[in-house]
Design a protein around this ligand. Structure first.
Ligand SMILES: Cc1cc2nc3c(=O)[nH]c(=O)nc-3n(C[C@H](O)[C@H](O)[C@H](O)COP(=O)(O)OP(=O)(O)OC[C@H]3O[C@@H](n4cnc5c(N)ncnc54)[C@H](O)[C@@H]3O)c2cc1C
Ligand code: FES
Length: 360
């Protein structure tokens, strides 16, 4: 059966009539078979460009389908991708500007050693691939009107949300007074190297300091007094490895309101959980030690579980608790009542427990 595609903006008596013919399926269900971006129930995107940035990092330009409402510079998107027949969800900062002229979103993925999804996205994703998307989210964003000077400290793939900020600001006019301190192991591993240098050349108000850690060593934040003496007066945005973020939190301890952090990897876990036997749906119980998350333990046992950021931000991993309690791996707190929704990525076992799974 064929339907003429009508504009989604036009109220459509045609669609209503078609719906009565195709019940229980909606006409959109048929249309989305032809063009997956048309689905009204699932937000998807099509990869329209694959641009290598470094040997490990690749930018994917993705045309989003119906339902994408844009992003603020610095926000992230959850992307669902099938690897070896299994759907995985991961979180990536949007690296493109707000209001892109082509309507596409971009993410820049750096392959992690032994990573399930990042290597696949960076090196094995052809143009035309359909990915699952969720609306942009996150509060690592510029103030709606930038009034004061900025300081950005990034390392490795942590440049991505800051690149979105720089691109957004540059599209508005001359960049404001900003200092960017970016680290990568070598010059060849600096993502957006040419664009960053060009921005610094074109905008005298922007100062870029690139550091190649293999030869110069890692940035010690005590060096800020020399590299950016007025750092205390600047709104600071920091994104990079856990060590850098933890050091920044300590450095800004006396004025935390001036500091914005974006973590790509989870903070360290608290030690000393008891572990326990955890049942996922109707499957046999899995013995989970005190340091492993319920998400990791379930996946290792072959249970198909929902996930996203894998660090307690997005709530993409929640499952209903049916019996027992769980332990927050970040704080050590034991909690939970039957019926509570549990974030499996940051929860460990604390005695026997049972969780419902999506198929239960
Ligand atoms: C808010 C947010 C924004 C993010 N934005 C980006 C981005 O713009 N670009 C990007 O490349 N990644 C980004 N990430 C990280 C991304 O979500 C994945 O964690 C990363 O791609 C690894 O996924 P994987 O499936 O390959 O690794 P997994 O299979 O999940 O893990 C494999 C191994 O790699 C380690 N690992 C996972 N992630 C990292 C990491 N970032 N650094 C070092 N070791 C790691 C794990 O501890 C594990 O040992 C972001 C994460 C968050 C929470
Ligand atoms: S996967 Fe994001 S909160 Fe658990």
């Amino acid at each position: 059966m064929f339907f003429r595609v009508v504009s989604p903006r036009r109220p459509s008596r045609l669609l209503a009539a078609a719906a009565s013919l195709t019940t229980p399926l909606l006409p959109e269900d048929f249309v989305s078979l032809v063009d997956p971006l048309w689905s009204t129930t699932a937000l998807r995107g099509r990869v329209v460009e694959v641009r290598p940035e470094t040997a490990r990092a690749t930018t994917l330009r993705i045309r989003p389908g119906r339902g994408w409402t844009g992003h603020r510079a610095g926000q992230y998107v959850r992307i669902g991708v099938d690897v070896n027949g299994v759907r995985h969800w991961r979180t990536y900062s949007l690296s493109g500007p707000e209001s892109p002229t082509d309507g596409c979103l971009t993410v820049t993925v750096q392959a992690q050693p032994d990573g399930v999804v990042s290597g696949h996205l960076a090196h094995s994703t052809p143009v035309g691939t359909i990915v699952q998307l969720e609306p942009a989210d996150g509060d690592f964003v510029l103030p709606s009107a930038v009034s004061g000077p900025l300081l950005m400290i990034t390392a490795g793939s942590g440049i991505t949300p800051v690149m979105a900020m720089l691109r957004t600001l540059a599209a508005l006019g001359p960049l404001p007074d900003l200092v960017l301190l970016h680290s990568a192991p070598t010059a060849a591993e600096v993502i957006f190297n040419d664009e960053l240098r060009a921005l610094a050349e074109q905008h005298p108000s922007a100062r870029l300091a690139l550091r190649h850690t293999t030869t110069e060593g890692r940035l010690d934040l005590a060096e800020l007094d020399t590299l950016c003496p007025d750092w205390r007066e600047r709104e600071a945005f920091v994104c990079g490895p856990t060590g850098l973020l933890d050091a920044a939190a300590r450095h800004w301890a006396s004025q935390p309101d001036r500091l914005h952090l974006e973590r790509f990897t989870p903070p360290p876990r608290s030690a000393g959980g008891s572990g326990g036997a955890v049942s996922y749906g109707s499957a046999d119980p899995v013995e989970v030690d005190g340091a492993t998350s319920l998400l990791e333990a379930g996946e290792a046992a072959g249970v198909l579980l929902p996930s996203g950021c894998r660090m307690g931000i997005c709530f993409g991993c929640v499952l209903p608790l049916r019996e027992g309690q769980v332990r927050d791996l970040r704080t050590g707190e034991v909690h939970g009542e039957p019926g509570d929704l549990v974030q499996t990525c940051i929860s460990g076992a604390s005695g026997a427990a049972r969780l419902d799974t999506p198929t239960t």
